[in-house]
Design a binder for this molecule. Sequence first.
Ligand SMILES: *Cc1c(COP(=O)(O)O)cnc(C)c1O
Length: 398
Amino acid sequence: MNEHTTGAAGPAGPGEPAGRRPKDGRGDGTRAVRAGLPEPVKNEPALPGPVFAAHFHLPGDVEGPYTYGRDTNPTWTLLERAIGELEAPGEDVHTIVFASGMAAISAVLLSQARTGDTVVLPDDGYQALPLVREQLEAYGIRVRTAPTGEDAQLTVLDGARLLWIETPSNPGLDVCDVRRLAAAADAAGALVAVDNTLATPLGQRPLQLGADFSVASGTKGLTGHGDLLLGYVVCRDPERAAQVRRWRKIVGAIPGPMEAWLAHRSLATLQLRAQRQWANALAVAEALADRVEVTGLRYPGLATDPSHKTAARQMRGFGSVVSFTLPDRAHAQRFLAGLLLVEDATSFGGVRSTAERRGRWGGDAVPEGFIRFSAGAEDTEDLVADVLRALDLAGQQG
Ligand SMILES: *Cc1c(COP(=O)(O)O)cnc(C)c1O
């Protein structure tokens, strides 16, 4: 184990001075296995099963908590509690779960920005952000963009209503200084939202870094099995939370009870998965660093990475994604075809390693040979050997 894979019982990870325990006095592993569990009830399971209900018995006056299935569901309640505990341990926060990461992202932007407002987005963020931008502009909301790297969004904050940060950015893995940007946004009267998908709440806690909203796709590393879509928003302010919840009600972008329950079940292993996957990502990045055919290697956990200093100050773990570029499209395709333990598939953060030639989607400004690699929970030696073997094969065939 090295400093990048520090878990619950060991010394504190990057961004957290050694010896300091979180406010609730528990380590990450303990918190993950217990997150959101109800008080034990005799003869009941520890984590109650999914509640499938479109409506609930409701004689007489309309009284909560459970009335209609688009507004509330007991399975969401437990999952929301769990995610809140992981995003902001020991704090009183509001969490709203959604059908997908994009539903959560759209809910924050569209519930907070009004016609005439200005929103600042990253220009190197998730590939569907440009679609959101088009929609915001169609509603008369002005959009400015700047890159994630070197805190470039600082230069376009003037008069903004909301700053949207994605760090580390997907797929370029640039990192910005959340504390610095949040302080500047605050001074400029702008709200701050951070897309925390890549880091997961174990790797980064945006609210503690000064953000108003932590928003993420739970489809990726949070749930980690590649079998469901989910999104969430966490914030401290009850009024803003109510606005986001109202947006969910209006558009009906709700997770199914089965997905919510599966997600909650998956959280129990979040720390175990993250530890192995982050260690694997670092090992793969270190192996790639020695290869002449690899350029543009990025992993925030590599001491030589341009983002490492900033990442180490604000992240508690550096994530499972590594990006790099092979000489051309054909070389990249040969590499992907040669992998035996790594599936050629999109998405990331799952227990089975995946990789893809990102340029095939057309949405990101990346070279033809650009690979986004997501390290799974395989044995480190097996995974690194598979990557090196596929690189050798791809080089020989060229
Ligand atoms: C995948 C992803 C999203 C979108 O999440 P979905 O669950 O696919 O809707 C948003 N932001 C980032 C950084 C992502 O990687």
